[in-house]
Design a protein around this ligand. Structure first.
Ligand code: BTN
Length: 319
């Protein structure tokens, strides 16, 4: 589309003015078409200044989520239909308001009732990345739990561009023993058929002052020492989600997952939600169904739910 080409040209000018004549010559379009494209970009939220005898200049984009910057991202299936909101209760609530569609995504700059695992709250102030997306069948009920691992690996890959991070089974992304990202997966079943899987991802990007569940958290800003472009980060995560979910075999995902899993070979403690006693042991394997094997003093147990503490990483606290 012409406006996308005009946008690309303005972006490549490094914040300098580009004359209307140059745009029209390079793209082989009329001056009227240039003017229409500029107006269309402005209506999408891009700040483009114009000056007589100089032409047009794209304002340097900020680091925070914006409709304009998100609309310039590389196209992916996950996030293909993307709805951006300044504030929502939870991106899960908003997602449920739309017609189900593969890859449908809601992203928000802030959540007023962000939800975490085990019924906890998710601290969702401005500066974080909060989004939920939907996957539709074909997914059979047995492979649904593996989606959690696929998503964790995809996010870990995207975040490793900024920080040396690992996955704490099943799907926390941690850096230096502190939590950088949490993932919550909800599977809707009808009989034994999966109707859809909704995945919610919360990344600590430029936010801070964490409380509650995130008291032991860190952010990319804290790790890198500067603010991170939240729009670029979303683009990277969406692209890694597409790669891991649509293009890689489950065996390859599992093998890569194991290389960055903070639990494997470590002394861990399994905490069950139903008040059963905590079980210490050593994590020996992650299985294709997403569960974990743990060697305990009473033999090997297989764990597919509950919470796990790993020595050196923030501890699990029973509520
Ligand atoms: C966890 O407890 O580790 C999972 C946290 C998941 C938070 C994300 S933020 C986007 C989506 N919307 C929510 O309300 N929760 C998830």
């Amino acid at each position: 589309m012409t406006k996308d080409e005009v946008l690309k040209l303005l972006k490549n000018s490094g914040g300098e003015y580009v004359s209307g004549e140059k745009i029209s010559r390079e793209l082989n379009i009329t001056r009227t078409a240039v003017w229409k494209a500029i107006n269309s970009l402005r209506s999408e939220g891009f700040t483009i200044s114009s000056a007589t005898n100089k032409g047009y200049r794209l304002a340097v984009e900020g680091v925070h989520l914006s409709r304009a910057a998100l609309s310039a991202r590389k196209k992916t299936v996950i996030g293909g239909e993307l709805h951006f909101f300044e504030s929502v209760t939870s991106t899960f609530d908003k997602l449920a308001e739309f017609e189900p569609k593969e890859g449908l995504t809601v992203i928000a700059a802030q959540q007023t009732s962000g939800r975490g695992r085990l019924g906890r709250n998710w601290d969702s102030g401005r500066g974080g990345g909060y989004f939920s997306f939907m996957l539709l069948p074909p997914i059979d009920a047995d492979t649904a739990p593996f989606i959690t691992l696929i998503c964790a690996l995809a996010v870990q890959r995207a975040l490793s561009e900024y920080a040396d991070c690992k996955i704490k089974w099943p799907n926390d992304i941690v850096c230096g023993g502190r939590k950088l990202c949490g993932i919550l997966t909800k599977t809707s079943l009808t009989e034994n058929e999966v109707e859809n899987v909704c995945v919610g991802i919360g990344i600590n990007v430029n936010n801070g002052g964490f409380g509650g569940e995130l008291a032991n958290a860190t952010s990319l800003k804290e790790i890198c020492g500067h603010e991170i472009d939240e729009n670029k980060l979303f683009e990277r995560v969406a692209s890694e989600l597409d790669r891991a979910y649509y293009r890689e075999s489950r065996a390859d995902v599992l093998s890569d997952y194991k290389t960055v899993c903070a639990n494997l070979g470590k002394h861990i403690t399994v905490h069950y939600a139903n008040g059963k006693r905590d079980i210490p042991g050593v994590c020996t394997d992650i299985l294709p169904d997403g569960s974990m094997n743990v060697d305990t003093e009473n033999g090997t147990i297989n764990v597919n739910s509950g919470e796990v503490s790993v020595k050196g990483i923030y501890e699990f606290e029973r509520k």
